[in-house]
Write a protein that binds this ligand. Sequence first.
Ligand code: CTP
Length: 398
Amino acid sequence: MPELSGKHIVLGLTGGIACYKAAELLRRLQDAGATVDVVMTEAATGFITAATFQALSGRPVWADTWDARAPNRMAHINLARTADAILIAPTSTDFMAKLAHGMADDLLSTLCVARGAVPLLIAPAMNHEMWTHPATQRNARQLRQDGITLIGPAEGYQACGETGSGRMMEAAQILQALVAFFQPKVLAGKRVLLTAGPTSEIIDPVRVLTNRSSGRMGYALAQAAAEAGAQVTLVSGPTALPCPDDVTRISVTQAREMHAETLARAPNTEIFIAVAAVADWGIANPSAQKLKKHDDDAPPVIQFVPNPDILADVAALPAGPWCVGFAAETEHLHEHAQAKRQRKGIPVIVGNLAQQAMEAADTELIIFDQHGAYPLPRQDKLQAARQLISWIAAHLPA
Ligand code: CTP
């Protein structure tokens, strides 16, 4: 099901060059299943026309407090009472100031003051001097205190030719922040520790022994746990993935480092999810210099040493966290996963077929506990992660 299915979003636009990005944002909101009503300030209509948004949304665009199309002449009340959220992107310096003071001198600002319990999210967009101005920063603090969610701004090149903080976040990031906002906060107050990605065992300064894990499942779970309100720490092997918002990442290379960083943090967490594809063996004799070919073409002798089992060691901690393991198998998934769960002394293991999951965007998970197996449908890893997090929250011992 699309992520915003059934949601009614009021998309507000205030004056700023980033108004052009709002057209893409509208499309993305609709693709995610939302019904979107667009409200523009007069300044916004100086940057982009209402016709663009009417054509894209297929719905009337609202810009005037006195708009006679609302039979009761109260568009601000009508929109405020039906919205699941108001999202203002871009939000100008001036509009932030208005919000901070509760001013209501046009349709969008009146709608915000009249919104009652409807959540308000804003994506600031302005020149970096305007963003860092003490008054704007004071307003931003006030807005956060008033329960308004700020999305960004981002750093980078600005339309004025200058560089700094104040760029509006990209449409995809704003959509993601809104979707995250709507996730039930089922892990609020919980600390979640995860391992993710491959490990990379060092042979010499230019060679490593690794595996095909992309880290996507672990990163998706870290994101889903953060969206669910948890305080999340991710101990990650080498991957190219960006760290999800509101997640603390500890980057490691070899299994032994992952073991040390994880065990140091595990006693202070309620939930541990081991997603990393940890190398079972490390290199006993890594070379300080690059290994060279010899005249006799004899291959180098690489000695292996078993790596510690991170999950089993966390599970054995007295008063340690509730542990969830992963089992990527190539055959006999049910038998191998349940045997692994018992061997490692953990309450839950999540199984998948390695050939389907490795490096893929989709996955088909089966959750195993002492009572049996719970299959999840094949889906995008982030969707699967959100389902798994809600299952974990529902089964976590009190
Ligand atoms: N795991 C771990 N530390 C290791 C090996 C595995 O924490 N040294 C964790 C993985 O993160 C995963 C679970 O244990 O959650 C199962 O990993 P897997 O590699 O499938 O299991 P192994 O115990 O290595 O068994 P095998 O390789 O024989 O299938």
